[in-house]
Design a protein around this ligand. Structure first.
Ligand SMILES: *Cc1c(COP(=O)(O)O)cnc(C)c1O
Length: 338
């Protein structure tokens, strides 16, 4: 087993690991490649997702510091915030979520926002422009009140959160032989891709790790992923390994409509995964990530390759009021023929 060659770090048993690795023969055949999926939508915490692995490390640090409240931020349908709320509930912590966008009633917003309410999280609404300032202010106010807040960065992406995905790569490489030549995932705050890249360096994995950008231009995201990978490596005591932004593969073609804008590309990816494999991907992240994989295959970039799609979760957004009707409408006319 390719155990990560570093000392283990304290983390909570939040995730049901290892998550399954499955073959996707019908979707792979339609795309002319050998396709696998790593099911991190099945991490076991409140409908799963990639944030579970990060939160296992982040919440262990929060508890070790004696925190009574965790504070984080995201969009109304943030999977990261939903999983943070669930993990906080499980460990007896209060969760405050700073959400950007129009205030919505959790009773009819559906999806992640409804789940946040079930976990008892407190929601503070703000604008995208004021979000970071509001997050800092919330933490300062709590301190002034004598509370003990622990700030979880956007997407759980810092050195500690990214480290979880170095561990996850070791888990994958133990499950699949031969190893995939290409790993493709939806990438946004960059911690997941950064952890995989850091893990690849530590484990000698030579395959290509491609992040399909959900919102950022390729150069911006590649720089962030490299910085986070270096932070994670330093955290693991390996400052001697350096990752450059030019080592990071990011495709940003599908990010152009903007964050959370549901287009025909995501609709087609949702329809193909659902109808060929009985697999659910979401309208914001994994639908876009899989659309990126489909686009690369169609442009002849993955011929006959052994490709792994890293499923990062997000499926509750399928049931969000903002997406549900549009998902059904747009996928109805997009049934693949195979
Ligand atoms: C957060 C998220 C991502 C992106 O992960 P990052 O580490 O922020 O890049 C991808 N997919 C889903 C479903 C997510 O919730």
């Amino acid at each position: 087993m390719p155990v990560l060659p570093i000392r283990p770090w304290p983390h909570l048993p939040l995730a049901a690991l290892p998550t399954p690795v499955q073959s996707l023969p019908r979707l792979g055949k339609a795309l002319g490649l050998e396709l696998w999926v790593k099911r991190d939508d099945l991490t076991g915490l409140a409908f799963g997702g990639n944030k579970t692995r990060k939160l296992a490390y982040l919440l262990a640090e929060a508890l070790q510091q004696g925190a009574d409240t965790v504070v984080t931020a995201g969009a109304a349908q943030s999977n990261h915030c939903r999983q943070t709320a669930a993990a906080a509930a499980q460990w007896g912590l209060h969760a405050i979520l700073v959400l950007a966008g129009e205030p919505q009633d959790p009773a009819d917003a559906g999806g992640n926002l409804t789940l946040d309410a079930l976990f008892g999280a407190e929601v503070i609404w703000t604008t995208w422009a004021e979000r970071d300032q509001r997050l800092r202010q919330t933490v300062e106010d709590l301190r002034a009140q004598g509370r003990r807040p622990y700030l979880i960065p956007y997407g759980g992406s810092n050195a500690l959160g990214a480290r979880a995905y170095a561990e996850a790569l070791a888990e994958l490489l133990d499950q699949l032989s031969p190893w995939p030549e290409v790993i493709i995932l939806a990438s946004s705050s960059g911690g997941t891709q950064a952890g995989l890249v850091a893990g690849a360096r530590l484990l000698g994995y030579q395959g290509t790790i491609i992040g399909i950008s959900v919102d950022q231009p390729a150069d911006v995201l590649a720089a962030r992923v490299a910085a986070l990978a270096n932070d994670a490596l330093a955290h693991m005591g390996r400052e001697d390994i350096h990752v450059a932004a030019t080592d990071i593969h990011v495709e940003d073609q599908y990010a152009q409509p903007g964050y959370g804008v549901f287009t025909q590309a995501e609709a087609e990816a949702i329809a193909m995964a659902a109808r060929l494999e009985g697999l659910l991907v979401d309208p914001v992240y994994t639908g876009r990530g899989l659309a990126g994989l489909i686009g690369l295959a169609r442009r002849g970039r993955l011929p006959g390759r052994r490709v792994l799609f890293w499923h990062t979760g997000g499926t509750p957004a399928l049931f969000a009021r903002a997406y549900q009707a549009d998902v059904v409408r747009r996928t109805r006319d997009d049934a693949p023929s195979t």
